[in-house]
Design a protein around this ligand. Structure first.
Ligand code: HEC
Length: 263
């Protein structure tokens, strides 16, 4: 790479930029970008396993996001099972008694007077203490747990997640953006938005969690913001790596007095 005319970027070897940086700085930046990219992939896998399974099916869908933040308020696990895979384990009038009890608020008093007998007779043959993975319905608390309808993420968990994400992710994009801002030859109308967009999408992303908790209609906003965040990350990552190692190449350095710039 002794022939500078091969470099398509104007002024590429002048001043402090990703092409002209010394190898030690490039290695430092590359180490950071590589580790952060691995972290990003892990985060995506984690999302797939937590939110992706929220609607009971693998893979991320709009429903997953609604269930995660807004909850499934259409009913409880108990009611949907009694209308689904547990339908034939009790005669209809017994099933309706349990469903009515759930809809009335699953009180312990009514459980003791009528529901316990119904459950003991129809369900506890399978749902008992020895059943292993199945919930033990001979205990009131276990039945009560599946009778609650889900209200999604709690206020506390959202506040906790929001502040961790705001602090943590803005820190990540501080350094990714700083490295990328040393890129050269990128038109301003790509460069400036790429630096600002992660922060904008981060704020929209966090806001969309809270909005989705209020109304399921905002679930698409979570996807749009997450996609935007990923896109600007990928753009800055690829441009930085390309300029450092492809355009920059590795030149022999005879004089190493300059730590920042290549001689
Ligand atoms: C023949 C055995 C059997 C009987 C009787 C039975 N169940 Fe189940 N139940 C299962 C099995 C197996 C599962 C797990 C598979 C599934 O979810 O369909 C299950 C799952 C459930 C679940 C979901 C638990 C969870 O944590 O996801 C609920 C709720 C439930 N049963 C309620 C009942 C009720 C109420 C009755 C009585 C009317 C009943 N079952 C009777 C075998 C039984």
């Amino acid at each position: 790479m002794s022939n500078h005319d091969n470099v398509p970027v104007k002024y590429a070897y002048k001043g402090a930029n990703l092409i002209s940086f010394g190898t030690s700085i490039k290695l430092l930046f590359t180490g950071y970008l590589t580790t952060i990219a691995a972290g990003y992939i892990m985060a995506l896998i984690q999302i797939l396993f937590t939110h992706g399974m929220a609607d009971g099916q693998f893979g991320l869908s709009l429903n997953d996001i609604v269930y995660s933040y807004y909850g499934d308020r259409s009913g409880s696990v108990l009611e949907s099972k009694l209308n689904g895979s547990m339908k034939y384990n009790a005669p209809d009038e017994e099933r309706f008694k349990i469903i009515q009890w759930v809809r009335d608020g699953a009180s312990e008093q009514e459980y003791n007077t009528t529901i316990k007998a119904v459950v003991d007779q129809n369900c506890v043959t399978c749902h008992n203490a020895d059943a292993g993975s199945l919930p033990d319905f001979s205990k009131f608390e276990n039945l009560q747990k599946v009778s609650e309808s889900s209200h999604g993420a709690t206020f506390q968990s959202l506040t906790r997640l929001s502040h961790i994400h705001l602090f943590g992710i803005s820190f990540i994009f501080m350094f990714v953006g700083l490295i990328f801002s040393f890129s050269t030859g990128i038109p301003c109308y790509y460069k400036y938005p790429a630096i600002v967009m992660p922060y904008l999408f981060l704020l929209i992303d966090i806001a969309s969690w809270w909005l989705t908790k209020l109304s399921p209609h905002f679930a698409w906003l979570v996807i749009v913001a997450g996609f935007g965040l990923g896109l600007s990350f990928a753009f800055m990552w690829c441009v930085s790596m390309y300029q450092m190692w492809v355009l920059g190449g590795i030149r022999k350095q005879s004089d190493r007095r300059n730590a920042i710039l290549r001689d």
